[in-house]
Design a protein around this ligand. Sequence first.
Ligand code: GUN
Length: 316
Amino acid sequence: MIVTDATTLVDSPLNDSPLVESRLIDGKAFAEGLRGRVANAAAAFSDKAGRKAGLAVVLVGEDPASQVYVRSKGKQTVASGMASFEHKLPADATEAELLAVVEALNADPAVDGILVQLPLPAHIDEQVVIAAINPDKDVDGFHVVNVGRLATGLPGFVPCTPLGCLMLLKDRLGSLSGLDAVVIGRSNIVGKPMAQLLLAESCTVTVAHSRTKDLAEVVRRADIVVAAVGRPEMVKGDWIKPGATVIDVGINRVPAAEEGKTRLVGDVDFASVSQTAGAITPVPGGVGPMTIAVLLRNTMVAAYRNAGLAFDADAL
Ligand code: GUN
């Protein structure tokens, strides 16, 4: 998830339709609630530990979308009552320089969570950098140790965007047990961990991708569709089983009707899919706001664990 957008649902013409509105999954409101609960937990942590929980974000280069995202993370971290540490390296920083920053953060007791913003410049090996992060500070859940923990059902950090999707799904549907779920996309950040999470909830999971034959037919079987492919409005209304729950992870900027303007759309064709789906996340205002809220939640979990304090993460 790269772009967050301040546009609210109030601006949406779909708000005129009560039918569609009842089907909307309001990720913005859910994320707000989660951030409030995290802020309470952060205040309690500060009292008990005698210090604030801390999140460090490392940005290499000047990618505009990454800069927006990192700034937003810093603001929301501070607003939740945690300490935010930002480390900015130039685009030509070496892998060794970045690894030295990560090592310093691993050793810093004020830092509970470390996030290295992706993508990294091409001359730096992302896997080497992720492998250098202490798994107990890996609030992104990208380290192979956390990937393995998720795959084997052990407690660990789970990537923020798919965990946010799961929270929205459970909030809307309750138990997911026995449901057919189709995840479109197989990235390490969203598709693969999403599939693991749904499997752990006893869904029957299909992971579809660019080589999947007759994607529409595969999606038509699904009670739950998670679209994370990065293709604007690819999933169409006639692909959707009536009543299915559709989670749109895509954030694509496309030309708007008005000359020179752009607008954000998901991987789902909202206009047609919202007529068939039982519930659907809008773009913006659906999955997007969840990512940072879950990052703050993961940082809270890390802080309590690193300080040796008991914490019930499920209560968040
Ligand atoms: N780039 C896009 N999304 C993410 C994310 O969730 N974590 C990190 N570290 N980088 C990203």
